[in-house]
Ligand binder design. Structure first.
Ligand code: SF4
Ligand code: SF4
Length: 723
């Protein structure tokens, strides 16, 4: 507990609540099995005003995917049914379910006439409702009316993902939620040991009736759970309070519950605020860049060669769970923008109140951190991937961060088969949260668009900086937050709703990263620099070799993608009441006792290695290593990366191989044909790099913008100029 978080030895499939500690009552099995059969699903009228309707739109979308198509062949899943159940439950907890349980489906649990003959098992999912904001918060009325809808939508989303996952393993499966169900979900929740009966329904032993339920019926054989004895208020016990079983403790939950709803679980309000980001940004010189220049797009078009082009569309979805998430992400894309309804906007004249409401809503829907900024000119891409120009169209960005999940990262190498799923899960959650928020804003009269991983007109990195959610780190184009470290993905909601903005933060990261090289040492392809920050396209940053990083992530044969730098970073910790005492003290000192940094950072970096942080914790590995080949899940053909940290390894600082693709080396925004990368040229262009001090001196003396900051013009424009 002093050196490691309390949950260190708790397998992920047990979940955040100590369900396993509750007494079981097998006799309830018979009692529940013999209850009267439902003649039809329980009615589920749409309630909850504009937010309820927004959530229902997503619920309906998710449930379009409720019937999974089984893959052409069965996956090589374990013979041990307990291990299969651990994989399924781990997947539910990874997706933020509160409880997960499994039971056989008795005949009377089917709605009359709806039974699916080969579906013998039910996987039951319980989701906790978001917090209803304070009465003086605008979001109070939104959520007080719609918590059932938003909770049900989250539960349905998880169920559909799990059903599709079972389908990709080669088994038949169907998701059930709300009125779109073939089963009596409440009865199954009792049989699966996640709920107990109460007057008029079922309740969670820890969350009472602040829950929504969904289920998956399947032909996949799984180990089952037993019903729990009726223990409505199990959460009141001292063992739960102190998190004795390694589960989330009651006192940590109470600490969070006491915070205002517009504040995150972390005290970001205590972090020092500054007028500008802590790394130099030359506002007038930063070029607007086209989507075509992003290295993932370059890989897709073929700029990185045939192998990278072939793998580009597969790399993040070549594991069955990430494939399931990707279906949902693509499904949500058409809902990112839409019609703005005529409405009385006078209710929303106060930018402070609006900002508070949007943050409370984001947290209730499941975001981990939220910040707001005005959108600087250079945060808009110049052109879409098809070459059409983008004009700035909204004033504000609501920036949301989704934690990729500490526990799963603990069990992973960072570049194994769960890596792509970690990213895709966060992207999926972000698309859902920002999408529902955008629907709501348009319904109350404000233009809004969610800017997601697959379709964004804005660059997220400068917005995360300006919205006060972190500082740029040695990992290059990656912002690091003082509480969740680098372990997050972002989604942005752009809008013209009047909003109060946040200020950038300064928690001394530049000093920390200057003394720490762990990510650079652990990167499998030496893409992270070991030297000092430089100026790149108007930004001061540790410039990573984006080509090499992208190539590794896309073509990694022994895993799906890579996030090893995030996994091994010393700031990837849990600094809450459930975290290790040492981490909480170090986190507090890092933020509040900045003057101690020169002394403490080298010690922290040294200890991080010697205490084994960043190693793989096998207790946390819940998933199955599987690769999808031709639509079928198979044992990974090239094996699985399980590399561990190696603190004896040294990077030769003299042989730094970073190359720089300045704006002038980018492909034309409208070039649909491959424009192969010119690595030699990019290496030569290292000679043009300025240090931040040189850039400051140049701009102070009125020097011109360097020519290599000017992006390659569109082919169309170049042709016109020639003519
Ligand atoms: Fe290196 Fe992987 Fe991080 Fe890229 S994602 S910089 S390859 S560790
Ligand atoms: Fe900074 Fe060290 Fe984390 Fe890299 S590993 S981002 S250098 S703190």
């Amino acid at each position: 507990m002093i050196l490691h978080e309390r949950s260190r030895n708790r397998p992920v499939h047990l979940g955040p609540f100590p369900l396993e500690s509750l007494p079981r009552k097998p006799a309830l099995d018979l009692e529940e099995s013999e209850r009267d059969q439902l003649a039809e699903p329980r009615p589920w009228p749409v309630q909850g005003g504009s937010l309820g309707l927004a959530a229902r739109k997503y619920f309906d979308l998710f449930m379009q995917y409720r019937q999974a198509r089984p893959a052409a062949a069965k996956a090589p899943v374990p013979d041990n049914w307990q291990r299969r159940s651990a994989d399924i439950k781990g997947g539910i907890y990874f997706l933020n379910g509160a409880h997960a349980g499994i039971c056989r489906i008795p005949g009377r649990a089917w709605i009359a006439g709806h039974d699916i003959p080969d579906h013998n098992y039910a996987i039951v999912i319980v989701v906790e409702h978001g917090r209803v904001p304070e009465p003086d918060n605008i979001a109070h009325d939104w959520l007080a009316a719609a918590n059932d809808e938003t909770g049900l939508t989250r539960a349905a989303g998880i169920a559909v993902n799990i059903a599709n996952y079972c389908g990709l393993l080669g088994y038949s499966a169907t998701a059930h939620a709300g009125a779109m169900t073939d089963v009596d979900i409440e009865r199954l929740a009792v049989l699966a040991g996640v709920c107990c009966r109460s007057e008029g329904g079922v309740v969670s032993p820890f969350l009472d009736d602040h829950i929504s339920l969904a289920a998956v019926s399947t032909s996949y054989d799984l180990a089952t759970d037993l019903p729990i004895a009726p223990t409505r208020h199990a959460g009141a016990g001292w063992r739960y309070w102190w998190g004795i079983n390694g589960a989330e403790s009651g006192r940590e939950r109470q600490r969070r519950a006491r915070r205002a709803t517009h504040l995150s679980a972390y005290p970001m309000e205590e972090v020092r605020r500054v007028e500008r980001p802590t790394t130099l940004i030359l506002d007038e010189e930063v070029p607007r860049v086209p989507q075509r220049a992003s290295f993932f797009e370059r890989a897709r078009v073929g700029d990185l060669g045939g192998r990278a082009a072939r793998e580009r569309n597969r790399f993040a979805v070549k594991n069955p769970s990430s494939m399931a998430y990707a279906r949902m992400i693509r499904g949500m894309q058409p809902l990112q923008d839409g019609f703005v309804q005529a409405a009385d906007r006078s209710l929303y004249a106060d930018p402070e109140a609006n900002a508070r409401a949007l943050k409370s809503l984001a947290y209730a829907l499941g975001a981990d951190l939220a910040g707001i900024c005005e959108i600087p000119r250079y945060a808009w891409y110049s052109h879409r991937a098809d070459g059409t120009p983008i004009e700035a169209y909204h004033r504000y960005a609501v920036v949301l961060l989704i934690d990729q999940g500490f526990e799963t990262m603990e069990g992973a190498s960072g570049d194994d088969w769960i890596s792509g799923s970690q990213s895709m899960r966060a992207y999926m959650r972000g698309s859902e949260i920002a999408g529902i928020m955008g629907e709501l804003l348009r319904a109350i009269g404000f233009p809004a668009r969610s800017q997601t991983s697959i379709d964004s007109d804005v660059l997220h990195i400068p917005l995360i900086l300006w919205a006060g959610l972190g500082e740029l780190s040695r990992i290059g184009e990656l912002v690091l937050n003082p509480y969740v470290g680098p372990r997050f993905k972002s989604v942005v909601l752009t809008t013209d709703m009047p909003l109060a903005v946040d200020k950038p933060v300064d928690f001394g990261l530049q000093q920390f990263c200057s003394s720490c090289l762990k990510c650079a040492r652990e990167c499998p392809c030496d893409a992270i620099p070991v030297g000092n920050p430089v100026m790149f396209n108007g930004y001061e940053m540790w410039k990573i070799d984006a080509e090499r990083c992208t190539r590794y992530r896309v073509t990694n044969a022994r895993g799906a993608g890579c996030g090893r730098c995030m996994k091994t970073c010393p700031l990837n910790k849990v600094p809450t009441a459930d975290g290790a005492l040492l981490h909480r003290v170090a986190n507090w000192l890092g933020i509040h006792a900045r003057w101690l940094k020169p002394l403490l950072v080298p010690i922290a970096v040294y200890l991080d290695d010697r205490l084994g942080y960043g190693r793989i914790n096998p207790v946390k590995k819940w998933w199955l290593d599987l690769e999808i080949v031709d639509g079928v899940s198979v044992t990974p053909q090239a094996g699985t990366n399980r590399r561990d940290i190696d603190y004896h390894q040294q990077r030769d600082t003299q042989r730094e191989k970073i190359v720089y693709y300045h704006a002038s080396l980018m492909p034309p925004p409208d070039q649909s044909e491959p424009c192969p990368v010119d690595r030699k040229q990019a290496k030569l262009m290292a000679g043009l790099i300025e240090s931040p001090a040189q850039a400051r001196a140049r701009t102070a003396a009125g020097g011109a913008t360097p020519a290599h900051y000017l992006p390659t013009p569109p082919l169309q424009q170049a042709r016109t100029v020639k003519e």
